[in-house]
Ligand binder design. Structure first.
Ligand code: FE
Ligand code: FE
Ligand code: FE
Length: 194
């Protein structure tokens, strides 16, 4: 006889194991990222999200409990790939002026993976009638989204500083790095074709 047909319940459990593994990896990566970050603002963002991520692991423990299953991780190839990218980019750019930008870029890739996973799991939890699990997953989903937005804000403020926000003449020079936004603001939002 063929193996028992798999259900959405099975898929939910397997995906939960995937994100459990990924979340634990994320805690370790955030620690490394906090150490490597140059600006205090970015250091603090990584440190704060690392603490948050420990709480997210605990939420996953609770979801396993709701399912009546032991909390277990399953190797997530995606997070391993993203971690490898972070290691590579740190090796290449860790000592450069673009170090923080490189860290933000790789960290945001991790946040987006988490957003995808938690969004999916939340939908499935609702579909399976597990509203408490859905609530827990949504709490984490919102934290991941806020972190992604915070990283974008930090990247943008760094870009503005580099463009020299206190030097209007500099911002108007077409060749000025990162000045596209200020140019289009000054020309009333018109943008030159790329
Ligand atoms: Fe997370
Ligand atoms: Fe995965
Ligand atoms: Fe995260």
């Amino acid at each position: 006889m063929a193996a028992k047909e798999k259900t959405l319940n099975d898929l939910f459990l397997e995906t939960l194991k995937d994100v459990y593994y990924a979340e634990k990896q994320a805690v370790r990566q955030l620690q490394k990222a906090a150490k490597a970050a140059k600006s205090d603002e970015l250091k603090q963002a990584f440190t704060q999200h690392r603490e948050e991520s420990q709480g997210q692991v605990e939420r996953l423990d609770q979801v396993f409990e709701i399912l009546g299953k032991p909390a277990r991780g399953k190797t997530c190839e995606a997070i391993q790939g993203l971690n490898a990218e972070m290691a590579e980019v740190l090796e290449d750019f860790g000592d450069s002026p673009a170090a923080d930008a490189a860290l933000i870029g790789t960290a945001q890739a991790v946040e987006h993976y988490e957003i995808a996973r938690y969004g999916t799991l939340k939908t499935w939890a609702n579909q399976l009638g597990m509203t408490d699990a859905a609530t827990l997953l949504d709490e984490t989903l919102q934290e991941e989204k806020r972190t992604d937005e915070l990283l974008t804000r930090i990247a943008e403020s760094a870009a503005n500083r580099e463009a020299g926000e206190d030097d209007e003449d500099e911002a108007e020079k077409p060749a000025g790095r990162g000045s596209a936004a200020s140019r289009s603001a000054k020309s009333g939002g018109r943008r030159e074709p790329a």
